[in-house]
Design a protein around this ligand. Sequence first.
Ligand code: GDP
Ligand code: MG
Length: 418
Amino acid sequence: MTTLNQQYEEKVRPCIDLIDSLRSLGVEKDLALPAIAVIGDQSSGKSSVLEALSGVALPRGSGIVTRCPLELKMKRKNGGEGWYGKISYKDHEENIENPSDVEKKIREAQDEMAGIGVGISADLISLEIASPDVPDLTLIDLPGITRVAVKGQPEDIEHQIKRLIKKFITKQETISLVVVPCTMDIATTEALRMAQEVDPDGERTLGILTKPDLVDKGTEQTVIDIVHNEVIHLKKGYMIVRCRGQQEITNEVSLAEAIEREKAFFNDHAHFHTLYNEGQATVPKLAEKLTIELVEHIERSLPRLEEQIEEKLAQTQAELERYGTGPPTDPAERLIFLIDKVSAFTQDAIGLATGEELKCGDKLNVFSTLRREFGKWSIHLDLSGNNCECLISIWLLAWCRAVHQLEYMFVCCSQHKD
Ligand code: GDP
Ligand code: MG
């Protein structure tokens, strides 16, 4: 573990755990939580970067591979505790025993959520990994931007994917990691354009350059200028990483070995070694930077989050108060409570019979609502054959009849008036 990470360990853990626990409580339905989303064109290297950060193989290949947003929660454990994995989506939750099963499990989850084939879905798959070798970080992998629909894809696939990406990156609470291959002209990258659209000053956008080994000879200086933040300025700046190429995957180069190769690549590179010396290159440096960024981001978001939670709490409290107090726990008091409710209701009914207009809710006439509610109540009482409730039930039935008579009188009276 690096010194910097040690330094942050005490600060990082509580922050990330807090957000993860809020997320697992379902707070995200109402409020946006701080997160890092990975975006980029198809095959720009998004999954490779996530793979290198997490140490587990993720689904990849050519064409559309990431078809659902994948939330990757990484937790660093003490050495000796081994590896732990869990995947959850919809109502499904499953422990994963072996890192090598992750890829298969994600594919199964995607098939379940987005259907077998090439479609996409906006539903989140959540993957939790704990191991001594991962950073404390939560990242969301998103489907890559594609321009042309392939066979079996809806015509508007580009639009669908962009809409999904936008849903994540529009939130103030999301840091966007824009993945751009060194082989591409950064100025024309669609993902960067999208990030700039929602974050014009690049306050919460971080650029990641990939595939430096494939760079066109002679364009190295442009790449260096980009990483130095001199081409398209982003407040959070840029990092550059080298991941496993297709050949290395075919040759089964391990992720650990790939980290060593990456280090050697930058160290020995005639142009890029300066970036390495400046701490802007390699996956481990990226992990460090991301952890720091996420913690800072969480700390900055907390006051706003607290405000929103307070607001929501006040709203819910007010709504709760509208319903009045609930029934007491003591059975004797319960009867009194019920009698009080019934008397109050009777008052309303009398008021109604004397010509006062009484609405139930916004529009419904109180009688039609009542008939339905009494029906439900009667079924409930029939089903619960408890003695005490039996008494109440007889009493209620008599009382219902009285209300019906009242209703009948009321209708007769009004017809008479007409
Ligand atoms: P995604 O579609 O953005 O998730 O892209 P992937 O991570 O699936 O990568 C697409 C292809 O690029 C794969 O064949 C990777 O092996 C390859 N790739 C990714 N990063 C690098 C890199 O740094 N160098 C080389 N040579 N190939 C890479
Ligand atoms: Mg991918």
